[in-house]
Design a protein around this ligand. Sequence first.
Ligand code: MN
Length: 129
Amino acid sequence: MRILVIEDNATNRYLATFLLEHAGHEILQATSGPEGIRMAIQSQPDLILLDIQLPVMDGYAVARALREDPATSRVPIVGVTSFAMVGDRERVLASGCEGYIEKPIDPHTFVRTVEQYLGAEPNQPGSQP
Ligand code: MN
């Protein structure tokens, strides 16, 4: 499957790409929200892995923009975040992501977790309880 990784941190981008390519997926990379949105519209990935802590335009805003654009509104999004405070998971899901992965990335479970969301039905912003 084709997976778009939107991540500003080179180490995390490399690790996610390495693990997913090893599992046979085609990976596209973006280092900022606006670049990621542009690439998502152009390349129609099967899934988007979205870092939440991005400069300028954070992952919540990116997820909302992807959900609002008809070209990307049905692509599953998995948010990746490093601070797991109470309410973070809910906030990620409320922004339109289908799923949520905590950093640091666990190499033993990462691919399996991401693959669970391939083909997932799109979540709508604000639809989570
Ligand atoms: Mn980041």
